[in-house]
Design a protein around this ligand. Sequence first.
Ligand SMILES: Cc1ncc(COP(=O)(O)O)c(C=O)c1O
Length: 483
Amino acid sequence: METCVQSGNGRKLLYEEVAAKIGGMIDNGTFRAGDRVPSIRDLSQKLRVSANTVMEAYANLENIGRIEARPQSGFYVRSSIPEPALKPTVKLETEKLKPRQIIENNVTIQVMRNITNPTLLQLGGAIPNYELLPADRLNRILAAETRRFPVQSISYAATKGTKRLRTQIAKRSINFGCSQSADDLVITSGCVEAISLALQAICRPGDTVAIGSPVYYTFLNFLRWLGLKVLEIPSTPKEGMNLEVLSYAIRHNPVHACLAISNFDNPAGSLMPDEKKQELVRLLARHEIPLIEDDVYGDLAFGSVRPTALKTYDEKGLVLYCSSFSKTLAPGYRVGWIVPGRFRPQIIQLKALFNIATATPNQLAIAEFLTNGGYDHHLRKLRRTYSRQVDQFRDTVGRHFPLGTRVSRPEGGFVLWVELPEEINTMKLYETALKEGISIAPGRIFSLGNNYDNCLRLNAAVWSEQIEQGLETLGGLAKAMVL
Ligand SMILES: Cc1ncc(COP(=O)(O)O)c(C=O)c1O
């Protein structure tokens, strides 16, 4: 980098020259999407200009979408690939907004099998990066806790979970505007168990569950298993479920529960704004419809503020809040929880019936990690890494995928939703990619209809040269499918 900016040439103002310099370095690849550009102080010293000049230059680059400010962190290069449309085009037609019976889908079963196949390059599973999780520390704590409590650790825990863990989790609820107590919570074996208990407590076979679409396919699987119908409500990767459509659907169909991920939805990545969260909770409360909330990605916000939960706005005890440590600490420990509101007695009864209690040593270890293990410090590192990688993924897709491709721009979590040009069928792309040793999650598995045949989900949790090459190969295969 040159050490000095020449000014007064009559053509450009000083701040424009600084902006042009940084813009040029983004163009020539010196700074790539997700990279942090020099701090204001650093650049002003290096270029021998005032901090105000650099601030103006950065504001200018921010306005034209080249960089973005991240609170308490600095300025970062934005990737230029467009995002999916803000609003899906939906016609309010009763015909289309009907509950549907779920039939077993062989495609989903096959895709799920490949998502865990270690011989394939995994680009599609919503699996955290194990290298970023504090395995050593957590496992050491587990060993220490079982030594400290030898008898308790081999005993059944209470069905609702150990008091210490419930207290630690309850304390964290202040982060999203709730003030839960240990008694509000029931510990579960992961978030999926929490959701399945919630559905069983609320619904009977034949009932209908409204759910944002594209839908996390595991939900479709267990809704099918429980004999429930699904009512898919279109969502956008920006703000989630379309509430106008939901409201219309509720007025024209019996809806017995709603299942929603308002923070960094899987697969769309959306973050519902607070007003919309409030509106959703109120809308369902007016109809006395229980709302099952999956907040498993809520702690992975890239910004400095942890987003609120739907539970934050629950005035009637109708929201059943479900989450776990699977995305942030240890999916293998199978520790999650539910805050079931007015359904607490049924949830405890079901948990006792089907599972007795969650494994005690894992509860002891996670409680100790939350108390003394530096969970917040760990989360900050994780969020920074995922934020950078999401940009790297978007940038790489932008460079290698066919023209017209759009990629979601989640503000948390690690899954990306990719919309390819209409003529590309991602089931075919999935088959071709498999032959190259690459596994993706095609759009078809995220809906009962053929709504997302040109879409796919990517997992940005892991970044490596091999992944970058895999994306390049995938982009090349997609390009070859463009007519
Ligand atoms: C939205 C969502 N909910 C729940 C889970 C699974 O959570 P757990 O492993 O805690 O059961 C996943 C994992 O992919 C997920 O994406």
